[in-house]
Write a protein that binds this ligand. Structure first.
Ligand SMILES: [Fe+2]
Length: 297
């Protein structure tokens, strides 16, 4: 098994590179690291690469998702481990401005997965531009078989199951954050949403105002989810990708303690990973307390 430490960045195709770059830089507030005729790499103002864009016919299609393992790890050994599991991994070089070496393979849904060990932070301005997220939080996908995808990411990449909603919606962590991946059972496999963590709840509310002033309507929230307990607000970007800004997600500070850091909004103490009832897609308050989760079913 490979032990992933963090969600790193995601690569999307877009037919309108300029429009996407405008959105990611002026609205979200990412910094351009490298731009060419057919591609662009973007990082947070704190120096982490989070989004890569490639010119292509499909709007907002998730082409690749990258994860970081322990710095200094031997990628040849990791590729051999994957091979033992029947997964063919290839070596790639210079996959992004900050990543010289990586291995690449395909997950059961057909998404390419990039794994790297060593990352060089990009220059950090620390400036507040647009929404200015702190980090890339999670990727949620609609999949035919949520159990199979959950098992793959746990058995092969070292994720832990944080929660299930019924048998159809899983939340997986690879660090302290409640989830870096979601899999939701659905007839049509597709990206459901991507999410970025903001510094605090006032930043989430400010982002709602900023989006509105930029004529980008919210599609859900602001609200507080039950599972994960993050305060969230969702909109769609110009390529129709549903983007979530969130804060105050549950934290598993110590795996051996086995419970989420206690918070006043938890339904029980201590709150531990569990299977929630099917209707827990409803939120604690806000629009989501009466509506259903965006994009589901
Ligand atoms: Fe989310």
């Amino acid at each position: 098994m490979i032990q992933v430490k963090r969600l790193a960045h995601a690569t999307f195709s877009t037919p309108d590179l300029d429009q996407q770059i405008d959105y990611w830089t002026q609205v979200v507030g990412l910094a351009v690291l490298d731009r060419g005729e057919n591609h662009c790499f973007l990082a947070t103002q704190l120096g982490e690469e989070v989004v890569a864009l490639e010119r292509g016919a499909e709007r907002g299609f998730l082409r690749r998702i990258a994860f970081q393992v322990k710095p200094g790890s031997d990628l040849g050994e990791l590729a051999a481990k994957l091979n033992d599991e029947g997964i063919q991994a290839e070596r790639r070089t210079d996959i992004s401005p900050g990543v010289k070496q990586a291995i690449v393979f395909t997950d059961p849904m057909g998404t390419m997965v990039e794994v790297y060990a060593d990352y060089t932070f990009s220059p950090s301005s620390g400036n507040q531009i647009g929404v200015s997220p702190m980090k890339f939080g999670h990727v949620a996908s609609r999949v035919h078989d949520a159990e199979k995808m959950t098992k793959f990411y746990c058995d092969i990449l070292g994720f832990r199951v944080s929660d299930w909603i019924g048998d159809r919606f899983s939340f997986l962590r690879c660090g302290v954050d409640h989830h870096s991946l979601n899999f939701i059972k659905h007839e049509q496999q597709a990206l459901l949403h991507i999410a970025f963590e903001l510094r605090d709840r006032s930043a989430v509310f400010e982002s709602c105002q900023y989006l509105t002033q930029n004529k980008i309507p919210l599609v859900f929230g602001p609200t507080r989810h039950v599972v994960g307990h993050n305060i969230s607000a969702y909109h769609r970007n110009p390529d129709n990708i549903r983007v979530e800004f969130f804060t105050e997600m549950d934290l598993m500070a110590d795996e051996e303690l086995g419970y989420w850091e206690p918070r006043p909004w938890h339904e029980e103490m201590p709150l531990k990973p569990k299977v929630w009832p099917d209707d827990t897609l409803r939120c604690q308050w806000g629009f989501g307390s009466t509506g259903t989760f965006p994009g589901y079913p």
